[in-house]
Design a protein around this ligand. Structure first.
Ligand SMILES: *[C@@H]1O[C@H](CO)[C@@H](O)[C@H](O)[C@H]1NC(C)=O
Ligand SMILES: *[C@@H]1O[C@H](CO)[C@@H](O)[C@H](O)[C@H]1NC(C)=O
Ligand SMILES: *[C@@H]1O[C@H](CO)[C@@H](O)[C@H](O)[C@H]1NC(C)=O
Ligand SMILES: *[C@@H]1O[C@H](CO)[C@@H](O)[C@H](O)[C@H]1NC(C)=O
Ligand SMILES: *[C@@H]1O[C@H](CO)[C@@H](O)[C@H](O)[C@H]1NC(C)=O
Length: 632
């Protein structure tokens, strides 16, 4: 059980502490805005004030110790020039290093007590990361200096959230990362990137094309149909996996995204005969299942190519997250991977994440998975949000968790999005921060713009060109990229990104993009993402998106992990400090043509070297393998 009641001794101690505070400091504590949000996410409207007597499961995320050192800890184990390269941490070391201090716990519980929420009503999570209390809306409004509303979206779904900000006393604020439920809106929103806006030539909706009448399996048609052999040819990827036990590789899917298992045999029967009968290993998180009525595009694409590229010697794990009723979010996955990230007993916040046990018919009626899954060496995810959907604290907390997985030696890969400089579905930002179709401010994606993930954009073969010709940035849709509005420019990409800005300054007014030169730029790398030949319900269809390039690139990197582990070396872990380093200059296939339009502009331009469309370029497997085998 992740939470325990605060022990009496602690509660008593707190009482004394708060008396002490009362005696020495002014009772009129100054309150500061702790989190603010300029407007509700796209599609949500406040419909009424929330009932004062309604009970909220208030959870207070405590500030983690040493979190400001995360980037340097990561560089220490991930930069090729560091003497500690590859010396990844243990899970216990990570949990211990970032565990919130006793002072943080005492301050928060003391503040709750002063405000009439006594220690016996509070619980501290086993990880020490969260303080929880059930409070009424009335209590929460007084405590946080805010108003709660019931919001509704177009589907009639309801969500309780506070209006534009909540406030904390200054001395409390510095010990708190975030409080839920407050401003956050990541309501089990399933947005696989493969199912976005309508693209020319494709039937309405997803980037899935009409049934293919002729299947080619030769290198002469890679400009029309991408197959396993096309990808192997593009990236010089010839490798037989050796280490079938140690190396691990996982693809994440969110229910009801699913696949039809028999489609693997249709795919393998045509493209990889010795794999007929093979399936991914299902790791069910919070009741994740293969829903026969689910959407089959994303999962079929990701898994057919992952299994096909790694071949029969390497297992592929499927992290199927969320049951069929409430679904799951990135936090549900992270809870399963790291017990120290886990939240309240019985699951996450019901207004934000999938909450378990889910007692609805067909729901997952068991406790939330918390630290039950050992993270794989590479974890690839083709789902995402826009930064504007979430609050900064919420994103920062989650992004830091990706960094902590990096310390363990895990490579976290995310698709960068399919709408260029716009958000999902081509939605951009108004000057007041609202997301709207037809708005003109660039709308970066999350977690594609988190500095602790490897963000993957998309390329394509120009129609009429052979597989040996250089690729361009994808033009059939726009590869997600640009500058985050939330995350600072990490050390590892500083000189590369500043170089781009100096040599190729984007000619847009500074109020439509984050032109400060001080924010995280993405993507980091790219890979082919157009016209993948995928079997769905026995037929082949073309599918495209950064949804394709991300797991494809992850599959090839998994071979490098295999080769290193066979030689007794560590997994490649968080690769960004490595791939931007001098040691790795020129090891990617540089993409030099294209752009990523959106928000009524042509987006950013692809240039020699890194650019915010295709990153450093695509994988050149033999070169990267050799360089990584040189590292300790
Ligand atoms: C933000 O600006 C847009 C465009 O001017 C306007 O339609 C919208 O109502 C504004 N939203 C808020 C919350 O101020
Ligand atoms: C809040 O209420 C729920 C439902 O009654 C209960 O399971 C939970 O333990 C309570 N939480 C706290 C912190 O008291
Ligand atoms: C993708 O497939 C379509 C249909 O076969 C074809 O017209 C197009 O040229 C292909 N390649 C690209 C890059 O769009
Ligand atoms: C190849 O794909 C077709 C569907 O286009 C399927 O009917 C056929 O069974 C597959 N071939 C093999 C050998 O599995
Ligand atoms: C630009 O990014 C920086 C840090 O990443 C952030 O502090 C700043 O608020 C952003 N600017 C805008 C206009 O969002």
């Amino acid at each position: 059980m992740p939470f325990r009641h605060l022990r009496m001794g602690l509660a008593l101690g707190l009482l004394l502490v708060s008396f002490g505070l009362f005696a020495t400091s002014s009772p009129l504590t100054r309150r500061v805005p702790h989190e603010t949000r300029r407007s509700a996410p796209f599609g949500w409207q406040p419909v009424k004030r929330a009932e004062p007597s309604r009970v909220l499961p208030l959870r207070i995320g405590l500030a983690q110790s040493n979190i400001e050192e995360l980037e340097s800890y990561l560089n220490d184990v991930s930069h090729p020039d560091s003497p500690n390269y590859g010396k990844h941490w243990s899970a216990a070391q990570v949990a211990e290093t970032f565990r919130p201090s006793d002072e943080a716990v005492d301050t928060v519980v003391g503040w709750l007590t002063e405000n009439g929420i006594h220690a016996h009503r509070t619980k501290l999570s086993a990880s020490g990361g969260w303080v929880a209390a059930n409070v009424t809306i009335e209590e929460a409004e007084a405590l946080l200096g805010t108003d709660y509303y019931v919001y509704q979206n177009a589907d009639g779904r309801e969500h309780v959230a506070c209006a534009s900000a909540y406030h904390l006393p200054e001395h409390v604020s510095k010990h708190v990362e975030l409080i839920t439920p407050t401003l956050h809106f990541d309501v089990a929103k399933k947005r696989p990137m493969v199912k976005r806006a309508t693209k020319p030539g494709f039937r309405g909706g997803p980037l899935i094309g009409p049934k293919l009448d002729n299947i080619f399996n030769d290198l002469a048609h890679c400009d029309e149909q991408i197959t396993l052999d096309c990808l192997r040819a593009l990236y010089n990827f010839e490798y037989e996996f050796v280490n079938t036990k140690k190396n691990t590789f996982a693809i994440v899917e969110y229910t009801p995204e699913s696949h039809n298992p028999s489609d693997f045999d249709v795919f393998f029967g045509n493209f990889s005969k010795d794999q007929v009968g093979e399936r991914p290993t299902l790791i069910s998180i919070d009741g994740g299942i293969l829903d026969p009525n689910g959407d089959l595009g994303e999962s079929s694409l990701d898994l057919q190519y992952a299994l096909g590229l790694v071949g029969k010697n390497q297992e592929v794990l499927l992290y199927q997250t969320g049951d069929d009723v409430v679904g799951g979010s990135f936090n549900n996955l992270l809870d399963a991977l790291d017990a120290s990230y886990c939240t309240f007993e019985g699951g996450d916040d019901p207004t934000q994440d999938g909450i378990y046990p889910d007692t609805a018919p067909g729901g997952f009626d068991e406790p939330e998975n918390c630290g039950t899954v050992k993270p794989a060496d590479i974890i690839s995810t083709s789902y995402g949000y826009d930064e504007a959907d979430l609050t900064p604290f919420y994103m920062i907390r989650q992004c830091n968790e990706y960094g902590k997985l990096g310390l363990l030696g895990v490579t976290i890969m995310y698709a960068s999005g399919d709408d260029g400089v716009a958000g999902f579905g081509g939605v951009c930002l108004e000057p007041n921060g609202t997301q709207a179709i037809g708005a003109s401010i660039f709308n970066p994606t999350f977690p594609g713009g988190c500095p602790y993930v490897t963000s993957v954009g998309a390329t394509q073969i120009t129609p009429g060109n052979p597989v040996t010709a250089p690729e361009t940035a994808v033009a059939a849709f726009a590869s997600g990229g640009g500058w985050s509005n939330i995350f600072a420019l990490p050390e590892y990409q500083k000189s590369t990104v500043q170089d781009y800005l100096k040599k190729f300054p984007p000619r847009y007014p500074p109020d439509i993009w984050n032109s400060t030169g001080k924010s995280r730029a993405f993507p980091d790398i790219s890979g082919n993402g157009w016209n993948y030949t995928v079997a769905i319900n026995g037929e082949f269809v073309p599918i495209g998106g950064t949804s394709a390039s991300c797991p494809m690139t992850a599959s090839i990197l998994s071979a490098i992990n295999d080769a290193r582990q066979v030689r007794g070396k560590s997994a490649i872990g968080f690769i960004n400090p490595t791939i931007y380093s001098d040691t790795f200059q020129g090891l990617f296939n540089d993409i030099t043509i294209g752009s990523n339009p959106g928000c009524g502009t042509n987006g950013f331009s692809v240039e020699h070297g890194w650019d915010p469309v295709t990153g450093l370029g695509t994988i050149n497997f033999p070169k990267l393998l050799a360089a990584w085998l040189e590292l300790p």
